[in-house]
Design a binder for this molecule. Structure first.
Ligand SMILES: NC(=O)c1ccc[n+]([C@@H]2O[C@H](COP(=O)([O-])OP(=O)(O)OC[C@H]3O[C@@H](n4cnc5c(N)ncnc54)[C@H](OP(=O)(O)O)[C@@H]3O)[C@@H](O)[C@H]2O)c1
Length: 286
């Protein structure tokens, strides 16, 4: 069951496969509306679980309300080992924008909506999404994170995390309630969080890179292509294997709407990388 590349990690009291799945790509174009291939989306989710993945990342803002409902349709009642991680703090507007929604009443409503759309009584892990599409923003998160801490006390949420956060916001959150993960933009070419990853590893807190494959602009690098060609592997496999090598607290949530890519990514992430490979790959984002 846990023979996926990277083994497992414990989020609070929840054991998850380090190789997870990010569900955002299952919604329609630009994460709005239903998928073009509904049955294909259901197949991807079921394949993820069949492959042994026990960590699925989602948000009710995807679609909106599309990916959560697909997850419920494909996988409910959930296997005990499966943990669905969601996030709150943003909603969608008519233009597909992601306006901030972090007032206490908005957060409470989003938690209830996630519980309803996923068909759960308790959410295993909720990330508070901060900043905006440009990235993290230096601002206090006290009011919003206190609301989530209260929802945790009330038994609606098991564990908390942050997304799109600065190191200062991580420290501020920890003064309010424990966090088990930080989900930020990071990949071979975007290394701004190197220090944060190491600091979180020292505290046994997971770091979950979003856009591990580059997101809407897939990773492209001549060094990545050269290492992949030498190893006779797909560049995406090398990018994922590098992330698993980066630090034991790094969890993967690559997105795909394709069963073939999902299988390729799971198989490829276990690639052995030599010190020379790692040095060459490390140089890409530095
Ligand atoms: N916290 C946040 O603010 C935030 C922001 C963005 C994302 N996220 C989370 O992070 C997860 C991952 O991000 P993401 O899905 O946007 O980006 P990603 O994982 O970096 O990349 C996904 C893209 O890579 C393609 N892909 C996947 N495997 C491939 C392969 N083997 N060969 C070629 N192309 C491949 C996918 O296309 P195909 O569908 O064709 O495979 C898709 O276009 C999301 O699902 C979401 O859960 C969080």
């Amino acid at each position: 069951m846990h023979s996926l590349p990277g083994g497992t990690w414990t989020l609070g009291d929840l054991t998850v496969s380090r190789f997870g799945y990010g569900a955002m790509q299952l919604a329609g174009p630009w994460v709005m509306g239903p998928p073009a291939d509904h049955d294909g989306a259901i197949k991807v989710l079921r394949e993820a679980v069949d492959l042994g993945i026990t960590h699925i990342d989602t948000s009710d803002a995807y679609g909106p309300r599309v990916t959560n409902r697909l997850i419920r349709e494909a996988l409910h009642p959930y296997p005990e080992t499966l943990h669905v991680v969601t996030k709150v703090g943003a909603q969608r507007d008519e233009q597909g924008g992601w306006p901030t929604a972090r007032q206490p009443d908005q957060l409470r409503r989003q938690v209830e909506e996630n519980l309803e759309s996923l068909g759960l009584d308790v959410l295993d892990l909720v990330n508070l999404r901060l900043g905006d599409a440009e990235g993290p923003r230096a601002e206090s998160i006290a009011e919003a994170f206190t609301t989530l801490a209260e929802l945790r006390q009330e038994g609606r949420i098991r564990h908390l995390g942050l997304s799109n956060a600065t190191a200062e916001q991580v420290a501020e959150a920890q003064g309010i309630a424990p966090i088990v993960c930080v989900q930020n933009l990071y990949n071979l070419a975007n290394r701004g969080d190197d220090e944060l990853i190491d600091a979180l590893a020292a505290e046994q807190i997971a770091y979950v890179p979003f856009f591990p494959l580059g997101g809407f602009s897939p990773l492209q690098s001549s060094a990545l292509s050269a290492v992949a060609a030498r190893l006779e592997a797909a560049p995406m496999s090398v990018a994922l294997a590098w992330l698993l090598h980066r630090s034991p607290n790094v969890l993967l949530i690559p997105g795909t709407s394709s069963v073939a890519h999902l299988r390729e990514n799971v198989a490829g992430a276990g690639l052995e990388l030599s010190d020379a490979d790692l040095a060459e790959l490390d140089a890409i984002g530095r």
